[in-house]
Write a protein that binds this ligand. Sequence first.
Ligand code: EPZ
Length: 420
Amino acid sequence: MDYLKIVGGVKLQGAINISGAKNAALPLMASTLLSKNTTTIKNLPNVVDIKTFLNLLEMLGSDVNFNNNTAIINTNNLKNTKATYDIVRKMRASILVLGPLLARFKQCEVSLPGGCAIGARPVDLHIKALEKMGANIKVENGYIVAEAKQGLKGAIINFDKITVTGSENIIMAASLAHGKSKILNVAKEPEVVQLCEVLQQAGVDIKGIGSDELEIYGTSGEGLEFKEISVIPDRIEAGTYLCAAGVTNSQITLHNIDSTHLGAVISKLEEIGFKLTYNQDSITIYPAKELNAFEISTAEYPGFPTDMQAQFMALATQCNGVSIIEERLFENRFMHVSELQRMGANIILKNNTATINGKNELFGAPVMATDLRASSALILAALIANKESTIHRIYHLDRGYENLEEKFLKLGANIIREKE
Ligand code: EPZ
């Protein structure tokens, strides 16, 4: 297994390009199951989760070609509608094939994804919504066994909780259903919006895109014709690098971003004391005279993103005063806290709230990654810790950050990937 060796105390500088968004790419790849033509998806990040999802589509019988961040996918010769445990357990976003497979092929079996480091991550809301659309769903031997012999029918779906992949699954299912669906309390993340826009351009009549209420007129099982797709920039990758500049109090520039997706992150960084200048597709962050403590409560978009919570906790160790971070979406998304404490961070955890008493001097240490975003927080801490840190189990990072050490090297960090 690989690990990262980082020597802290180095200022960052220069500019990097941000990759396409993993969390936009996954539902877009799933949506090709609704397509009757070959679909080209560009600006895919070359990360493990993308390759895992493409393997899943191939396992189902799709023709897939992937190189240079572009995938060409044809799902017309699909032979199999069973997404097996061995692939779903690697990536719970595989659940995104449930809606499209059921809508297009009228039956499918998808392994229950199971929990992960950050929480139980149930999919009850996905299942409940599909049942409202006429699906007959059983859960047996760890699999969701679903069928809709007459196809899915449009329904009024009111999500009890806002769920990103739940919304995406139902939006895709409703696109091929018979009649109109109305989806209330739907997620508004930019990744959900791009999925809606792509389906609309493929011929689906969708109203209310970007709002929390969608009206979708299904094609009654008629396959869609997709235009070429280019994945939106990764707002979480961009936010992670902005926090890297923040913890080292450096000036860097990010290209290929969409600043309209970064509102909550930008305003929080400005509140801490950083100056940022940006246009539609690039952003520069400048050093702060001093870093002020802050408060965060994670929320669904456009609120503060839970996927940026760990990175801001690393930043909070460098802020003067008491910062408070409340995690409202997941029940166990503080796995990075104990590792940050081992590096000298003064953090007190009580239920779903962390109190960070900054400013802390951090010391290099061997630490272990536990989940994708927690791992990135450990890198940020290592960038300002005294001496050397080693970050182990970085396969978590490779799931969602493209060319991570190359990008940090380009910014001047002292970082190297080694073999255990
Ligand atoms: C998506 O996960 C993202 N993943 C996550 O990013 C992100 O943290 C999360 O949304 C929240 O923004 C992808 O888009 C592939 P949810 P998802 O369903 O859809 C509860 C990363 O680091 N819930 O919006 O699985 C759930 O337990 C990943 O890139 C139910 O109770 O999250 C959670 O408390 C991590 N029942 C809350 O809703 C359900 O059926 C939000 O979960 C579904 C969800």
